[in-house]
Design a protein around this ligand. Structure first.
Ligand code: GLU
Length: 372
């Protein structure tokens, strides 16, 4: 799952879109691209590999336009090539997508049988064609998106741009996060608040199944049943330091060195200073009753889950199952009553952090990671 940034701005947006993508570099990606509406046409610039490649393409062929969408891709369907890089577009519409459209194959076959010509191997391109078909049949953009969303199965965060309406972006989310940023006479979409950190601190976290119509001067959120809903504007409070690489060579090394601090900061919020105990946010059930633990995680978090497995088995003497999240959803796992399941987010090299914290025991700072 990679990054999305969208801007409806007052002036050319390509530079700020690229800057937003740079803030998402920490998530990893294999290619990137930007689309804008310039005059009466949708224009795209895409490149495989690092964002510096996209920057070079943009230098050679600048991209005007005050409304745009941008993406860093982590390929799931189709190789990490320039042609498969997002945005995917027709003459009428451009789309960026995080996630997987599980039913893309029958949708693609049906679209091809109706004469649509595909130019990439991605699952995403079906979304551009489905919306385009509606637009070409005379629907307005909002109706077109509303008709197409229920046809999509899987997990997606989408940002969509329209040739005919350069004051409009539509976003939608199901299973993948998407936030809306509220600016002064500008509106933004981002796959997380970090992407929008330099644009605005005022963000709306969309809920499952929400879709949003963004204009320069305001937004309207709809829920999955297409009812207009109010979602609160919150202060993201994202600190620029969190998203810069600092003096580190790359994000992984930064994360490794940050772990002692991150774990300490997290634990500090549960530390009762007076009696030097930790009150962890564990729901109201008896941990000693737990018969089995299931951990679901991806990538580096999977390795963190392996460390957790060693610890649970060593300290709590409870058997642990560990699954790669992307595969877990296709299994019919046998999960008995009395088990505990959890997913691991980005917890890299937790054992390294643990040793550092453990070293602070001299200060009387005791950490009990798992019930023994
Ligand atoms: N499934 C899409 C693709 O392969 C999106 C991948 C992503 O989340 O970056 O292009």
């Amino acid at each position: 799952m990679c990054g999305i940034v969208g801007i409806i701005g007052q002036e050319d947006v390509a530079e700020r879109l690229l800057d937003g993508l740079k803030r998402l570099e920490y998530r990893g990606y294999d290619s990137a691209g930007i689309a804008t509406v310039d005059g009466d046409t949708i224009e795209r610039r895409r490149a495989s590999g690092k964002l510096s490649n996209l920057a070079k393409v943009l230098d050679a062929e600048p991209l005007p336009g005050a409304v745009g969408i941008a993406h860093t891709r982590w390929a799931t369907h189709g190789g990490p090539t320039t042609n498969n890089a997002h945005p995917h577009a027709t003459n009428e519409v451009a789309v960026v997508h995080n996630g997987i459209i599980e039913n893309f194959k029958p949708l693609r076959e049906a679209l091809i049988s109706r004469g649509r010509v595909f130019t990439s191997e991605t699952d995403t391109e079906v979304v551009a064609h489905l919306i385009s078909e509606r637009l070409e049949a005379g629907a307005d953009p909002i109706d077109a998106v509303r008709d197409v969303l229920p046809q999509l199965r899987g997990a997606f965060a989408l940002a969509i741009l329209f040739r005919s309406q350069p004051d409009l972006l539509i976003g939608a989310r199901l299973g993948s996060p998407l936030v809306v940023g509220v600016g002064e006479g500008e509106t933004y979409l981002g796959s997380d608040a970090l992407a929008l950190a330099s644009l605005t601190q005022r963000v709306i976290y969309l809920e499952e199944g929400d879709w949003v119509v963004c204009k320069r001067d305001g937004i309207q959120v709809y829920d999955q049943a297409n009812q207009p809903v109010e979602r609160a504007i919150t202060q993201s409070g994202v600190d620029r330091a969190v998203i810069s690489k600092g003096n580190h060579r790359h994000y992984m090394i930064k994360e490794i060195y940050e772990q002692p601090i991150v774990v300490a900061q997290t634990l500090r919020s549960y530390l009762q200073r007076m009696d030097e105990t930790l009150t962890l946010p564990i729901p109201d059930f008896d941990l000693s009753e737990i018969k089995r633990v299931t951990i679901v995680a991806c990538g580096t978090s999977y390795y963190a889950g392996m460390v957790a497995r060693y610890w649970f088995e060593q300290f709590a003497r409870v058997p642990v199952d560990l699954d790669v999240a992307s595969e877990f959803r296709y299994r019919a796992p046998v999960i008995e009553p009395g088990g505990l399941a959890g997913s691991v987010a980005k917890i890299v090299k937790l054992e390294h952090a643990w040793r550092r914290l453990d070293g602070r025991n001299d200060d009387g700072f005791q950490v009990a990671p798992f019930p023994g």
